[in-house]
Design a protein around this ligand. Structure first.
Ligand code: ADP
Ligand code: ZN
Length: 736
């Protein structure tokens, strides 16, 4: 018996070893082992078990690290698939399916001394003890009152005695002290059970569809439900069915939406089986992550809720995988392997024979395409629960406002009036800014003109150093104009504002109002997010100013006004998804208004009020937007009608990186033939990031697999200059 193993180091080299007799019954695909390589012992993962090996000078596996294989075969398969598809070393892919906390074996089980009653104690004995040693009697009573073993520390605390008292009880033979594994529980609250809601007619139809698919998994499902339509109730019912059927459920939510509010909704519904729920998110300590992972690995957890990487949670017997907010770009990992967890969910479900449910109020164009072409089954919720009205959306044209007052570009007259009205009525407002000041497009503040590529219809990026405009999809370049080509206004350069500036402007406008800001800068402490949201929920804040962070999944009945400070910030970035993103964001943010009894209003400020994203969002017309967006993508063969791979070449020395990028582009062009197009290398829209100079090469063609194959060939045959790195992003979601 032989095994083929992948060492943790040494990217990608597979080696064969003999399995010694003593390991034969327990070793398997996914086992973690230690093997001799030259003079060292390396940790490695078993990727195949073989009858035979033609390897010469074969050696023995030195040590089997765990009783049970640590990586389930289906996950190892997914890792292989990722390495091929996303063009990364197998070792990198395997690394992502087994968390570091578990892989290294550095973190171990948490052990605690636990006190257990050694035998029954009679009333007489108790009385005698109380006379002679009252403290010991107190300690004993605490143990007797508890229905399960107690940690000595906890028992001592609750009896109000020193821990040593339990040792004395042990000497008397009344108590046993044992060392046992006590999982670190990241969640110490106990949740009150929360009953199922009575479904409305639409929800009932959707749920029927989900149940049917769970009984006979086939097509993935897309649940398209407007904000506030009750999608979560559908998820909860689907999970309940999985559990009732003796299966498990895996729920992915975007990290940013993995708020205590969300987790509470799940935990309180399943309060009856709270210890069978595992939650995985980035705020867990290494130890907590280790314990949650083992809770899943051991089969104890039946419901797993987590962010992106939880798609590789080792749950067995999956009934359903749910991906909430499936359009979210945070499902795409921004380092190798650059996988999209939503796509991996579809793949994993297919391989495990599980149902898969993708949900969103604004499905990604890719998923919508799959749903309308019949590849996915479409389920819809068109009405808000209780027939609450969609908020009224008004578009405010900044082209004139900005000129009138210095603050007109931040708070226009109508927005300011609306906020004032809310403060007077004791209602709350949210002011939303979509990004923190990265703006390289050229926009005219007088007429709304935006510089675009004549071939790709994408915003051109303005590069200050060379005074040129560049298209990052095809490489087209032009000199940057000094005045607006359309109206000759000289105010063509547009600088973005940050949340801090908005907060200051609001404070100046409403000195008496209670204002809080929420963005990555102001939320550095772990609890500040929870605290600010708590204060807002309790009405101790009138106006909340923030970024993306406040756009997702929050539910505040008293918010009746949402202001979008500058819809253009995300709209005119050089990315073919800019329009889709802006539409999604406007729709999601609007969804925050009017979630209570009162009607909501949304005010959108923009220099380009005619943009389709803004106009369709204003009319809550998802399908209308998708229709014209689909046409745009089809006519220019952008995804999903063509595939794209983005190579980013970065280096600390500008010339070296630039030269390497040009070489990569040239070699790829030579290798590509007619099969696909390779762009010139261009400076990236984000030219410099974290001391690196960045350059890009874009590939477009009908098949990403074919492109990945050629890229691999070219890169393997090239040695990069020192300090120059290449990142390959297949199906990129960000083109910056
Ligand atoms: P979505 O996720 O689609 O935006 P939610 O699932 O957050 O919507 O639901 C919005 C609100 O409606 C929640 O407070 C939820 O408890 C409530 N809700 C959902 N379904 C029902 C129902 N059938 N009856 C009453 N309230 C419901
Ligand atoms: Zn172009």
């Amino acid at each position: 018996m032989f095994v083929r193993i992948l060492p943790d180091q040494a990217a990608g080299k597979l080696l064969d070893y003999v399995v010694p007799e003593r390991m034969r019954s327990t070793i398997g695909v996914g086992s973690r082992v230690r093997v001799p390589v030259r003079t060292r012992l390396l940790t490695a993962t078993v990727v195949a078990v073989l009858e035979d090996s033609d390897w010469k000078g074969i050696r023995e596996v030195a040590e089997l690290l765990n009783e049970r294989p640590m990586i389930r075969p289906v996950l190892l398969d997914l890792a292989k698939w990722m390495a091929d598809y996303y063009c990364c070393p197998m070792e990198t892919a395997v690394r992502s399916v087994l968390p570091v906390a578990v892989r290294d074996g550095r973190v171990s089980d948490r052990r605690r001394n636990v006190a257990v009653l050694a035998r029954a104690v009679t009333d007489e004995e108790m009385e005698a003890l109380a006379k002679r040693a009252p403290r010991q009697a107190d300690a004993l009573r605490v143990l007797m009152a508890s229905d399960k073993p107690m940690a000595v520390t906890a028992a001592a605390k609750s009896a109000g005695v020193a821990e040593g008292v339990f040792r004395l009880l042990e000497k008397r033979g009344l108590v046993r002290i044992e060392s046992t594994v006590m999982p670190r529980d990241p969640c110490t609250e106990k949740f009150v059970s929360h009953a199922e809601l009575v479904l409305n007619a639409e929800q009932a139809v959707a749920l029927d569809g989900v149940h049917a698919a769970m009984d006979a998994p086939g097509k993935p499902m897309l649940l398209f439900g407007v904000t506030g339509s009750g999608k979560t109730e559908i998820y909860l019912r689907a999970i309940r069915k999985a559990v009732n059927d003796g299966k498990t459920a895996l729920v992915l939510v975007p990290e940013i939406a993995l708020t205590p509010q969300t987790v509470e909704r799940f935990k309180s519904r399943f309060a009856d089986m709270q210890e069978k729920i595992a939650v995985l998110h980035s705020h867990l300590s290494e130890g907590e992550r280790h314990d949650e992972w083992y809770k899943i690995h051991s089969g104890e957890a039946r419901i797993v809720i987590g962010a992106r990487s939880s798609i590789f949670a080792p749950v067995e017997n999956l009934g359903i995988i749910i991906v909430d907010e499936e359009h979210e770009t945070s499902y795409k990992q921004d380092e190798a392997p650059r996988y999209n967890a939503r796509d991996m969910a579809v793949l994993r479900a297919a391989r495990e024979g599980a149902a898969v449910l993708l949900g969103s109020a604004t499905p990604s164009l890719e998923s919508w395409h799959n749903a309308t072409t019949g590849k996915y089954q479409l389920l819809r919720l068109d009405q808000r629960v209780d027939d609450r009205r969609m908020p009224v959306v008004r578009v405010l044209d900044l082209r004139q406002q900005a000129r009138r007052s210095p603050e007109g570009g931040i708070l226009s007259g109508p927005l300011r009036d609306a906020m004032e009205g809310r403060i007077a009525k004791g209602e709350q407002s949210i002011l939303f800014l979509n990004r923190r000041g990265f703006s390289t497009s050229m926009l005219c503040e007088a007429c709304g003109f935006v510089a675009q590529c004549p071939d790709c219809s994408l915003s051109l990026t303005y590069h200050r150093a060379t005074e040129r405009l560049v298209c990052h999809i095809c490489g087209h370049t032009a000199r940057a104009p000094k005045v607006c080509p359309k109206c000759s206004d000289p105010g063509i350069r547009h600088a973005g504002v940050g949340t801090q500036k908005v907060e200051e402007a609001v404070k100046r406008a409403f000195p008496k109002a209670r204002i809080a800001r929420m963005d990555a800068d102001s939320m550095t402490r772990k609890d500040s997010y929870r605290e600010t949201l708590g204060a807002f929920k309790e009405g101790r804040i009138d106006i909340l100013v923030g970024t993306q962070m406040i756009a997702k999944g929050l539910h505040f009945p008293n918010v009746t006004l949402v202001g979008i400070v500058n819809a253009d910030l995300g709209l005119h970035v050089p990315d073919f998804r800019a329009g889709e993103r802006t539409f999604q964001l406007l729709t999601q943010v609007s969804g925050r208004a009017g979630r209570g009894e009162m009607e909501g209003e949304v005010l959108v400020q923009t220099f380009t009020p005619f943009s389709p994203s803004i106009q369709f969002a204003r009319h809550h017309d998802y399908e209308g937007f998708m229709e014209q967006e689909m046409e745009f993508r089809r006519s220019l063969l952008f995804p999903p009608f063509g595939r794209m791979v983005l190579l980013t070449i970065r280096g600390t020395v500008r010339e070296r990186a630039e030269f390497a990028a040009a070489t990569v582009a040239r070699k790829l062009k030579a290798a590509a033939g007619e099969e696909f197009q390779v762009s010139e290398s261009t400076p990236a829209p984000l030219e410099k990031a974290k001391t690196y100079f960045r350059f890009q090469v874009t590939l477009r063609g009908p098949s990403s697999v074919a492109m990945a194959r050629v890229i691999r060939g070219v890169l393997d045959g090239l040695s990069m200059p020192e300090e120059v790195f290449v990142a390959v992003d297949v199906d990129p979601l960000h083109l910056l």
